[in-house]
Design a protein around this ligand. Structure first.
Ligand SMILES: Cc1cc2nc3c(=O)[nH]c(=O)nc-3n(C[C@H](O)[C@H](O)[C@H](O)COP(=O)(O)OP(=O)(O)OC[C@H]3O[C@@H](n4cnc5c(N)ncnc54)[C@H](O)[C@@H]3O)c2cc1C
Length: 476
């Protein structure tokens, strides 16, 4: 069985019900945060796309982003935006990646607005806020739920597209690596069954690694699965020990995800005290890693579990209009931020390292791409500048999608024989599976995938976590 035309519209696919996973898609995207959604929206509409997510549709870190998204306000801000990003990253950033991100920012924001995303405005002009390590206000925001506004709109656009099949509670367990090519993934579907799904290209948009930490602002299911698979299947990683700890998350003795108190709260004037009625001990607008370091030192000195953040300098009306979510959440926890300081402590927040990619999202394995927090193109260096990650995810996810489209075009342009040769490996394996012949034997022989590795999922997750920790420690 051969795919028709240049893309993988396999005959026989129609027999599968809409609700059922097919065995073949042109593209598989793992993750439906901003990176996954934006990549999907930039793929040619005639391609069949499978997008999967481990949890429910709104359970991605993209939905949690509070502070905002950076943009190049005007040409005069280029040098300072570039310098702020580099300085925050300790000049370990890839300058070319930073340039691409900044130069693409206005076009990206315009696209978001075309998808219906609304940013705060006053008198018809966009408002900009500021966060730590920014030398000027250049962050667009939607109250303190910018991530929900952006990701919600993109997700709705994805759901409206007939060529994208979105499956929740579906987990990528492995990739199908044959020689130097990725031919698909192994997944566990929402019924708990394990099966391969073949594709021409796979995009990893799997987010961060907060789930392997005890205290993190991330969703606990974001456990760096792509990294663990990369380590197992020999896909190159970069800067794995570059993990960002956010200085201010609401302190509580209860376990579970840490609630972030956005840096823009400090950008708008909130100050840090060593004790509830104590003294200031740090410049609150230093880069994140430096503020975190000072807080940890202070906590050690005072033998406390937290320091205190006071919003007393921000007018009440401003708190209620710009930070309604933070206000509400703190109130639920028993603190009225308009009247009293709140206890805060650092927690894991962001992963600068990841699967090594070039500026088009290409990994070291052919036909495997990565975008968003899972990937590392060096844009953030050793420490991410606040509000650069939504932008980075969007800019480079789009580039990955464009690269896939361009390579398909090139494939179409080649003679039938050459194109058939290039895809022959996948087609043979996929062909077997298409005839209903996929078997663990095939997966073992062709991809080195053994059924017994997936029989105990708890053990599987534990091994993955240990693998990632080992790699993080190596780089420390
Ligand atoms: C509390 C908080 C506030 C933030 N605020 C800001 C901000 O103001 N500005 C900013 O720029 N950035 C902010 N960030 C960072 C930013 O939100 C993330 O870096 C960005 O959204 C990452 O997007 P993503 O698409 O790469 O990953 P995510 O949005 O995390 O999506 C990852 C997806 O991958 C799926 N997935 C993972 N593993 C698997 C698997 N094995 N199988 C199937 N699916 C899988 C998940 O289910 C999820 O759908 C914040 C982050 C947090 C946690």
């Amino acid at each position: 069985m051969r795919p028709c035309g240049g893309c993988w519209n396999w005959p026989g696919n129609e027999k599968f019900m809409k609700e059922d996973l097919k065995l073949y898609y042109d593209i598989i995207i793992v993750g439906n945060g901003v990176a996954g959604c934006f990549a999907a929206l930039h793929l040619p509409k005639e391609l069949s796309v499978l997008m999967i997510t481990k949890a429910d549709l709104e359970e991605s870190d993209s939905f949690l982003a509070q502070g905002g998204i950076c943009v190049l306000k005007d040409d005069g801000d280029y040098d300072s935006f570039f310098e702020d990003t580099m300085r925050a990253g300790h000049y370990e950033n890839s300058p070319h990646a930073v340039e691409v991100m900044i130069r693409s920012s206005r076009e990206t924001i315009q696209e978001l607005r075309d998808y219906g995303v609304e940013f705060e405005q006053e008198g018809g002009r966009l408002c900009y806020t500021r966060e730590g390590a920014h030398s000027t206000s250049r962050i667009l925001y939607h109250a303190d739920i910018t991530g929900r506004e952006i990701t919600g709109r993109l997700l709705a656009a994805v759901q409206a597209q007939k060529n994208i099949f979105l499956q929740k509670r579906t987990v990528m367990l492995d990739i199908l690596r044959h020689k130097n090519r990725c031919e698909g993934i192994l997944l566990q579907n929402s019924r708990g069954e394990i099966q391969p799904v073949f594709a021409r290209d796979v995009i990893w948009a799997c987010g961060g690694i907060g789930g392997i930490y005890e205290n993190s602002t991330n969703y606990p299911h974001l456990t760096g699965d792509a990294l663990a698979i990369a380590l197992r299947r020999g896909v190159k990683l970069r800067h794995v020990s570059y993990v960002q700890i956010h200085p201010t998350t609401l302190y509580t003795e209860r376990p579970g995800r840490r609630f972030l108190i956005s840096e823009s709260v400090r950008g708008e004037g909130a100050v840090l005290y060593n004790k509830k009625d104590g003294e200031r001990f740090v410049d609150e607008l230093l880069p994140r890693d430096m503020v975190t370091q000072r807080i940890l030192e202070q906590m050690q000195k005072d033998k406390t579990h937290c320091v205190w953040l006071s919003l007393e300098k921000i007018p009440r009306e401003r708190i209620l209009s710009h930070f309604p979510n933070i206000y509400r959440k703190c109130l639920e926890e028993g603190y009225d931020v308009t009247r009293e300081p709140i206890p805060v402590a650092p927690a894991q927040h962001y992963f600068m390292g990841g699967v090594e990619v070039d500026l088009d999202g290409r990994t070291s394995l052919e036909h495997l791409y990565a975008a968003g927090e899972t990937s590392c193109n060096g844009v953030h260096g050793a420490n991410r500048l606040a509000s650069n990650s939504l932008l980075e995810s969007l800019v480079f996810a789009k580039r990955a999608a464009r690269d896939i489209a361009a390579s398909m075009e090139r494939e179409k342009g080649r003679t039938g024989e050459e194109a058939a040769g290039a895809s022959a490996a996948s087609i043979d394996a996929a062909g077997e599976a298409a005839s209903g012949l996929w078997s663990w034997e095939l997966l073992k022989e062709r991809y080195g995938i053994y059924k017994k590795e997936y029989e105990n999922m708890e053990q599987y997750a534990k091994i993955n976590k240990e693998r990632i920790w080992e790699e993080i420690r190596k780089g420390e």
